[in-house]
Each structure stands twice: as structure tokens, then as C-alpha cells.
Design a protein around this ligand. Structure first.
Ligand code: SAM
Length: 231
């Protein structure tokens, strides 16, 4: 889904970061860089000899992989030279796809330092290190000034975030007027609870699915909703 940001809806201030202590645990990994390097070596991939497509089965960390990224990007109308922020960039597959395909510069941020380290390593492997930039940080306190990016992008991240109001306030804040926001996320069907574990959470403690209608309200009215007991 791609949404256009209306200039008058941007004026929302920065707030304090809320706690998401268990999300990095869920996405944590011991010595992830070494494990990924080994897997790449076993597949015969070496710096300079690999394109971003060669690693797309590894670095697109969401349902439907690269095909989902291509579908989402198709609605964005990106132009070479534009800047995009990828919130919850994971291993960086989507950001490298956007940079390589559209000539955009993409800044990825992620709560998990091991993921950020591997995202940088993979960018170097495929020669895209000048087109992307990764740093550790929270989606609820984006480490960028107001109106920094032309557009914003996020795939399979919001379902880990309780305070959607704050998430969308932060995204609006760092986007320029008339920017576009692309989101691909899991939503609750009829509202029934998932059967845990699910790929993004081991328990309800870090899973915050919204129904589609509530999701739309939370974007257009960033004061809503909050999940009781999590803030
Ligand atoms: C399922 S992965 C998706 C990664 C990437 N967007 C992709 O599609 O390949 C979810 C990512 O969101 C990150 N994440 C979850 N909550 C976050 C938060 N509050 N701030 C920043 N990143 C977050 C996790 O660390 C993880 O890397």
C-alpha cells in the first residue's frame, strides 16, 4: 500500500522512545556476520562477483520475498536521486533493491545491531555501499531531522510496534511534504489472536496486529491506537 503524505499533516513533534526490549531478542543472533559470511562462501559468492539479485533469497525478510518488494515499489513512482528511509530495514534487501533499481539513496534503520552490521557487509559485497546507509535506531525515535527524506518505506515491521501513533508521527516527521509512504505489513483478519509462535513474535508480548480499518485510522490520526499495558 502506498500513501501520499499531505503537507498539513506533518506538524507532529518528537517524543520519547518507548520500550521495545524483547524485539531485539527475537531478532537477535549470535555471530550473525560470521554465519552469513560462511553461507555466502559456501554459495561461491565473493565481493565484486555478486549482484544484489544473487542474495535476494537471503536478504528479503518478509512474506513473498523479492516479489513483494517489487510489487510495493511499483506503486511508488520513484525517481533516480530521490531519498528513501527504510524503517526496520533488517538485512537490507529491500533498500538495496530500491537503490539498484531506481537509483535512489536509501537510509535503513533497524533496532537490531547484528542486522545492521550484516546489512553493511552485504551492501559492500554487492557494491552498493555508496547508495545505501544503515544505522541502528528505533522507529519510534528516528535519528534524522524533520523533512529529511523524499519518501518512506517499511515492510513487516509495524506488527512488532505497539505505539502506532508514535511510529507514524515519526515517519511523517522525517518525510518531506508530498512524500509517499509504502507499507507492507501483516494485519489481523477478523481480530482473532494468532497462534504463537509466528515469524515475528514468540508470544503476544511483541505482536501487535491491527485490523485493516484500525490501521488506516492510526495512519490518518497518529494519536491512535495504543495497546493497553504496553506503553
Ligand atoms: C521481519 S524483519 C523485516 C526486515 C526488512 N524490513 C525486510 O523486509 O527484509 C522485521 C525487522 O524490524 C525490526 N524492528 C522491529 N521493531 C523495530 C523498531 N521499533 N525500530 C526499528 N526496527 C524494528 C527488527 O529488528 C527486524 O529487523
Amino acid at each position: 500500500m502506498v500513501l501520499r503524505l499531505h503537507p498539513v499533516s506533518r506538524a507532529i513533534g518528537r517524543r520519547q522512545m518507548s520500550n521495545t526490549p524483547n524485539v531485539p531478542d527475537h531478532y537477535g543472533a549470535t555471530d550473525l556476520r560470521r554465519q552469513v559470511r560462511q553461507a555466502l562462501e559456501q554459495s561461491g559468492l565473493r565481493p565484486g562477483s555478486s549482484g544484489w539479485k544473487n542474495i535476494a533469497s537471503l536478504d528479503q525478510f518478509h512474506a513473498r520475498g523479492l516479489a513483494a518488494t517489487e510489487d510495493l515499489a511499483a506503486g511508488m513512482g520513484l525517481i533516480a536521486g530521490e531519498t528513501v528511509i527504510d524503517i526496520g530495514c533488517g538485512l537490507g534487501g529491500p533498500s538495496r533493491y530500491l537503490a539498484a533499481t531506481f537509483g535512489c539513496h536509501v537510509a535503513g534503520i533497524d533496532l537490531s545491531q547484528p542486522f545492521v552490521d550484516v546489512a553493511r557487509m552485504l551492501a559492500e559485497l554487492v557494491g552498493l555501499e555508496d547508495a545505501v546507509d544503515y544505522r541502528q535506531g528505533s522507529a519510534l525515535d528516528l535519528p534524522f531531522g524533520d523533512a529529511t527524506f523524499d519518501h518512506a518505506w517499511t515492510q513487516h515491521v509495524a506488527m512488532n510496534i505497539a505505539d502506532r501513533g508514535r511510529l507514524y508521527s515519526e515517519i511523517r516527521r522525517v518525510m518531506k511534504p508530498n512524500g509517499r509512504f509504502a507499507i507492507y505489513d501483516a494485519v489481523a483478519g477478523k481480530g482473532e489472536a494468532p497462534i504463537y509462535p509466528v515469524p515475528w513474535a514468540r508470544s503476544a508480548e511483541t505482536s501487535f496486529l491491527l485490523r485493516r480499518k484500525t490501521w488506516r485510522r492510526s495512519w490518518f490520526n497518529p494519536g491512535l491506537p495504543r495497546f493497553p499495558g504496553t506503553m
